[in-house]
Ligand binder design. Structure first.
Ligand code: GLN
Length: 307
């Protein structure tokens, strides 16, 4: 096993030299301006030590990584009623696909694709709305400064025709019960939360610690819920590249089209990486590469027998 600080520094140096970086998410106009040369990494270890390199303190748009925090909030506020409207199967389809909804009575495959997140967000829109999600993220990260980037939210609202289509389609099946006009803004705002790698890695600590607060040890979510969130991240966190991510990295992770990925090595580390250039499935190209290198160097893999 390698030294963590040295490994992270070496990965950041290697990523800075990479010339193939992928394309930024141009379909959200405000994200099309982001410089693809950014790379950041932050790791919080089991003892709470933080190791960072590159642009680890620069905020970026967390986009679909927010689907994890929204699910935590929905489960806290609505319990297992969440599972009446959304499944727990990988979709094998693009993050914004509509095709399965017709065949499957409007019930999205899982909470980490857009359709599933919209169904989850509809529940939250009827309870605490965006402030509840933001409060949850701030609490988990221990950072009251985390905020929604209003320009990104507005940019997505102006161009979010597919998400509007998904929400309306699900509404026709009764899977969304509130007004679509109430659900969509909450969805766009949660996607537009801006966080740095350091803030994101801090927000993921409870998942490394079986649902417990890293400082007080108090349960933030039950151990069973933490395990299930990780199971969903492993099987569904990277859309139609979830199998490939499990194969190459071997850790539960959740990506977003802002170029961030949150990955968890249970009992070992909460890891956030950011590089805005994406693969064709919408996952950070260098972020995935960096996680592969880190997981291999540290021998972090959920399928390792316990040392
Ligand atoms: N806000 C984005 C969208 O709805 C989130 C997608 C993503 O990060 N994969 O298209």
């Amino acid at each position: 096993m390698s030294d963590l600080a040295a490994t992270i520094a070496a990965i950041a140096a290697a990523m800075a030299r990479e010339t193939t970086r992928g394309a930024v998410a141009g379909y959200i106009p405000e994200l099309a301006h982001v410089d693809p040369r950014h790379f950041g990494i932050a790791v919080v270890d089991a003892e709470g030590r933080e190791h960072v390199a590159g642009d680890a303190d620069l905020p970026f748009s967390i986009q679909s990584i927010s689907k994890v925090f929204a699910l935590v909030e929905a489960l806290a506020a609505h319990g297992d009623r969440v599972w009446a409207r959304v499944g727990r199967e990988p979709s094998g389809s693009a993050f914004n696909s509509i095709v399965q909804l017709e065949a499957e009575a409007g019930r999205p495959r899982n909470p980490f694709i857009n359709a599933g997140a919209l169904a989850v967000t509809d529940l939250i829109a009827g309870s605490g709305g965006t402030p509840a999600i933001l409060r949850r993220v701030r609490d988990l990260a221990g950072d009251p400064t985390i905020a929604v980037d209003a320009a990104v939210a507005a940019s997505e609202a102006a161009t979010g025709f597919r998400n509007a289509a998904l929400a309306n389609y699900m509404k026709s099946f009764g899977v969304i019960d509130g007004p679509v006009e109430r659900t969509l803004p909450v969805y766009f705002e949660q996607c537009a939360i801006a966080m740095s790698c350091r803030q994101l890695a801090r927000a993921g600590r409870f998942l490394m610690h079986g649902g417990r607060c890293p400082t007080s040890g108090a349960p933030l979510v039950s151990a069973e819920r933490a395990r299930r969130l990780l199971a969903l991240m492993l099987t569904c966190g990277h859309y139609d590249a979830s199998g490939e991510f499990a194969f190459q990295v071997g850790l539960p992770g959740k990506s977003g089209v802002g170029g961030g990925i949150l990955a968890i090595a249970p009992g070992r580390a909460s890891i956030a990486v950011w590089s805005p250039g994406l693969s064709k499935q919408g996952n950070s190209l260098l972020g995935t590469r960096a996680l592969e290198l880190l997981a291999h160097a540290m021998m972090w893999n959920v399928f390792n027998p316990d040392e």
